[in-house]
Design a protein around this ligand. Structure first.
Ligand code: NAD
Length: 459
């Protein structure tokens, strides 16, 4: 193992940024043990004390915003503006958690017959997080901050592409006052990750990434009876209903598809448009897609940067080509450009139908799938026919009706009406079906890895 390294590479220049040696099994075990040792003291700190450290982490993130943003853009090719916004979101998560955590996690009196009782939200131990590269800071912050607030220790196995961001975050946490080693970063292979899941001191596993990896990790954790939270992929549908404001729909759906270089779990990916609006939507959408400024992500006016890696670009290109071979209409894009950097052009596929990757699977890059629906009911049916169920959207001028459709019919964890959004610290985030289970953010996220302990005292 000692001769092998994790490597980070700049997607714009294709140049290596840094290498990090893999840990030996003993070194990985030591990271787990150190987190557990720190946890034994951290769990006894009162909620307000823990909240104060979390608030300090938020302040430190803001202080280091520019440096962290530049690092993320170098490692994964994010637009520099998106990187800065990501750090602001992370700081907002810390603010929210520091303010609401102590109330949400406080002891709760409960009524019982013939006794007094309360529920204590006790920490459970060391929580292991396996995270993807598309939000190098946010992905690691969103599970770790709530787990730390709850009194747990936390481990991070980040995606190889953003190893430096994981280390940078750990340093921020410690500079802000988090006990040393409580948040441990692991440089390990997937086989070693299976060992960490099995480690006696690891008490829960949270994973964000593809459903393929999620299945493997949940099975490993299930075999040793450990709770998991899975935040997996999706092909989120945005419905453009008969009475939609077409200008708002087109503009929002373009922005929602290319946000974060098209590589977000909750990007708008499938656009399901009723016959009434279909031709006008395809025309306006494609015109706006063709006008997108592609280029260097460090330049402020760039709208679309490179994809994270060559394999990710190849995967997307294959899905586009297969969709076209199976009958989708390539309206624009679809050709790998002859330039350095892992760029993929803004691509529009129309007349997308069942059996094509653009209909069935997740396209994780700047390629839009437009699907024609007969009417509003048919649009909802198509949206829900997906094996995924993370987020989605509805465009309609009848907001009351859209609210009912969202609450009663949309089979996903999140729905946006006449807008596109990613995450809010106060709202539960997560999916259903192949998009996983469990929630992050809000009171729901704060309680994922706590032991809700019932304590009954004789009257
Ligand atoms: P991926 O599943 O390949 O990798 C994600 C992480 O899991 C990485 O750290 C990777 O090393 C690790 N991993 C993969 N296989 C593993 C194994 N067998 N054992 C241990 N660790 C393993 O995903 P990706 O392609 O890098 O990321 C993109 C995917 O993540 C997309 O499907 C996207 O939708 C999803 N995602 C979901 C959310 C969400 O909140 N639901 C957020 C961001 C990304």
């Amino acid at each position: 193992m000692a001769d092998k390294h994790l490597t980070t590479t700049n997607p714009l220049t294709e140049e290596v940024i840094a290498t990090y040696p893999y840990m030996t099994d003993d070194e990985a075990d030591a990271v787990v043990q150190t987190s557990h040792d720190a946890f034994r003291e951290w769990r006894l700190r009162d909620l307000d004390d823990r909240a104060a450290v979390i608030a300090a982490i938020g302040a430190k993130l803001r202080e280091k915003k520019e440096e962290f943003a530049q690092l993320m853009t170098r490692e994964v090719g994010k637009l520099i503006g998106d990187s800065r916004d990501e750090i602001e979101l992370c700081a907002a998560i810390c603010d929210y958690t520091a303010e609401h955590g102590p109330k949400v996690l406080a002891d709760e009196e409960r009524e019982v017959d013939g006794a007094n009782a309360f529920v204590a939200h006790a920490p459970v131990g060391v929580i292991y997080g396996i995270q993807p590269w598309n939000f190098p800071a946010y992905q690691a912050v969103r599970y770790s901050i709530s787990s730390l607030m709850a009194g747990n220790g936390v481990l991070l196995k980040h995606a190889e592409n953003c190893t430096g961001s994981g280390v940078f975050l750990r340093d921020i946490y410690e500079e802000a006052g988090l006990p040393k080693g409580l948040f441990g970063v692991l440089f390990i292979t997937h086989d070693q990750s299976d060992r960490v899941i099995e480690h006696d001191l690891v008490r829960g596993v949270t994973m964000t990434g593809s459903d393929k990896a999620g299945r493997h990790i949940a099975a490993k954790a299930g075999a040793v009876v450990k709770k998991t939270v899975l935040e997996l992929g999706s092909n989120d549908a945005y419905l453009v209903l008969d009475d939609a404001d077409l200008d708002v729909a087109v503009k929002t759906c373009v922005a929602g598809r290319i946000y974060n270089n098209g590589q977000t779990c909750v990007n708008a990916k499938r656009f399901i448009v009723t016959e009434t609006n279909y031709d006008a939507f395809v025309k306006a959408y494609s015109e706006q897609f063709e006008a997108i400024k592609v280029g260097d992500p460090t330049e402020e006016d760039t709208q679309l940067g490179p994809m994270v890696s060559k394999p990710q670009r190849e995967k997307l290109h294959k899905q586009v080509e297969e969709s076209v071979a199976k009958g989708a209409r390539l309206v624009t894009g679809g050709k790998i450009p002859d330039r350095a950097g892992w760029f993929y052009p803004p691509t529009v596929l129309a007349d997308v139908t069942p059996g094509q990757p653009a209909y069935e699977d997740e396209l994780f890059g700047p390629a839009a799938s437009i699907i024609k629906a007969k009417d509003d009911d048919d649009a909802m049916r198509i949206a829900n026919s997906s094996r995924y169920g993370l987020g989605g959207g509805i465009f309609s001028k009848d907001v009351e009706r859209a609210k009912r459709l969202a609450a009663e019919h949309f089979d996903t964890g999140m729905v946006f009406i006449n807008s596109f959004d990613v995450a809010s610290p106060s709202l539960p985030f997560g999916g259903v079906k192949d998009s996983g289970y469990g929630r992050e953010h809000g009171p729901e996220g704060l309680k994922e890895f706590v032991n809700a302990k019932a304590i009954k005292i004789a009257a």
